[in-house]
Design a protein around this ligand. Structure first.
Ligand code: GAP
Length: 512
């Protein structure tokens, strides 16, 4: 199965087992908007808890807030979103479909890269062990021709991006013969900027109403509450403010499932520090955030930093933590050193003094800020994609198992009486009563035990507990482990501690 096919299977699995549904599906769905089902919401909450506790409990100098989606419209002028939160758009006049011009060019470049890689793969097959890839790439005429094409278009694209030259974007699309995938024509409009913020009206009457935006990032809620939190919390620099909440972007190229959505959730932390110390904090937060990811046990090799060469005008350092998604390494989290850009601009536009008085030095200054920002949904996708596993069993059957890190699993334990009679359901109910205060659980007495195990594997339940006839005499149950499928007999009283060891969020936090 190709990675693309595997991704489709994952999306179908997420729907079938109650993780994620296309929103408003009975009306044929709404593009790039997804609902979380009964399993998805628990996974999402567990991810949010892990982040929230790691930020606000393990760091004495970080506190959390919950600010609103609606903010005063001047917020978005100060932050630069009104002027510059744009994508370059182009329409095909025949299909009436709209595209991001930069994405059309990037897709074209990706196709050239794919051609080169196919050529290299052919060479490897032809020459076997004697194959020298570097030499092949340097001498093969087909590779050289494609590489020259790539370099020329890529060079033009980078220059156009740097200069924000919309006419050149269009010229590249025309020169490369890029056509609309729907109409197959190159009948394009000019490229123009399109602001990604959703807007709406606030107020009862048309005259008195005010145009407001749905926040495109949660960070600005933190910046505008900086003074309140610093004063009421008697916070001393350096300190951080964390927040989890919804953000909205009118993404034009919305694809790859929950990777790029129009309504999504962010977990953002703004760390305020003394100007001049920001690089030190930037390095610390890079390390800290990578540790948080790797601690989940999804393989250190699946993460990498991608340092930005081209920095946004407000940043003096930036990096992405990329994850190895089924469609390649892509941004999972962004870490930015945002200088005093946001607080400084809010100070200017609001006319309120937003400064920190340092009691030790007697100085006042606008603090600098290092931001860590991760999408909850993107994190869900990373976990789901990594966890989806198809295994061949000894009896020739296949099992689909979601190897979700146990502390994040939606359901921690399934309790199953072997049969629906002989007093076994009653004992199972007692087992539920001993476990339900500590763990999310499912009680299942339907179908064969094998089928019930498969159902739990498919949602990633780390443990299944089976009550059988022997339980009546020895007070022991069978505890089955999701990943190894090993089964052991344990006393009912021991269950809680054994399960806790593996699924505990506290233990996960302790390892940080
Ligand atoms: N405050 C900084 C900020 O918003 P960003 O790189 O635009 O920076 C941060 O977004 C993170 O939010 C990304 O790394 C990604 O995980 C998530 N994110 C951004 N746009 C998204 C979208 N359309 N759908 C899902 N997640 C998104």
């Amino acid at each position: 199965m190709t990675q693309e096919e595997l991704f489709k299977v994952l999306v179908a699995h997420c729907k079938e087992y109650g993780f994620i549904f296309p929103s408003s599906e009975i009306y044929d769905g709404l593009a790039a908007v997804y609902d979380y089902g009964q399993m998805g919401v628990q996974l999402k909450n567990n991810i949010k808890n892990y982040w929230w506790e790691a930020m606000t409990r393990l760091n004495e100098n970080i506190v959390g807030i919950d600010s609103c989606v609606f903010m005063h419209p001047k917020t978005w002028v100060a932050s630069g979103h009104v002027a510059a939160f744009n994508d370059p758009l182009i329409d095909n006049k025949d299909s009436k479909k709209r595209y991001r011009a930069d994405v059309l060019i990037e897709d074209y470049l990706a196709k050239i890269e794919e051609k080169i890689n196919k050529e290299v793969a052919k060479g490897r097959k032809r020459f076997g062990d004697a194959f020298d890839e570097a030499q092949f790439r340097a001498t093969n005429p087909n590779v050289l021709r494609e590489k020259a094409k790539y370099d020329e278009v890529h060079g033009r694209y980078l220059k156009a991006e740097e200069a924000n030259d919309l006419a050149e974007y269009k010229q590249i699309i025309v020169d490369c013969g890029i056509v609309c995938p729907i109409s197959g024509t190159s009948n394009w409009t000019d490229v123009r900027q399109f602001n990604l913020m959703f807007s709406t009206e606030m107020g009862a009457s048309a005259d008195a109403s005010m145009k407001i935006y749905l926040r495109p990032e949660t960070a600005q809620g933190i910046f505008v509450e900086y003074l309140n939190v610093q004063k009421t919390g008697r916070m001393k620099i350096p300190f951080g403010i964390a927040q989890i909440g919804k953000a909205f972007r009118n993404e034009i190229v919305a694809r790859q499932f929950i990777f790029r959505m129009r309504e999504f959730e962010q977990m953002e932390m703004e760390f305020f520090c003394k100007p001049g110390t920001e690089m030190e904090w930037f390095a610390k937060w890079k390390e800290n955030r990578m540790k948080w990811h790797v601690n989940l046990g999804m393989g250190a090799e699946n993460y990498r930093f991608h340092d930005h060469e081209k920095l946004a005008h407000y940043a003096n350092a930036a990096t992405d933590i990329e994850f190895n998604f089924p469609f390649g390494f892509k941004e999972l989290e962004g870490i930015h050193s945002r200088t005093d850009f946001d607080l400084g601009n809010h100070q200017k536009l609001s006319g309120k003094k937003i400064q920190y008085f340092d009691p030790e030095t007697g100085e006042s200054y606008v603090p600098y800020c290092v931001e860590t920002s991760i999408g909850v949904d993107r994190m869900c996708l990373a976990v789901l994609a990594h966890s989806y596993t198809v295994e061949k069993l000894e009896n020739g059957e296949e099992r689909v198992v979601m190897k979700i890190p146990a502390p994040l699993a939606p359901i921690k334990v399934a309790v199953m009486p072997l049969v629906k009679k002989d007093g076994l359901p009653e004992i199972a109910q007692k087992v539920v009563d001993t476990l339900k205060y500590d763990f999310s659980y499912q009680y299942d007495e339907k179908d064969s035990i094998g089928k019930r195990y498969r159902r739990q594997d498919a949602i990633g339940t780390p443990f299944c507990v089976t009550i059988d006839h022997e339980t009546l005499s020895d007070g022991c149950v069978t505890l089955r482990d999701r990943d190894s499928m090993t089964q052991e007999r344990v006393k009912i009283e021991e269950l809680r501690d054994i399960i806790e060891k593996k699924v505990s969020l506290t233990n996960l936090l302790r390892n940080l």
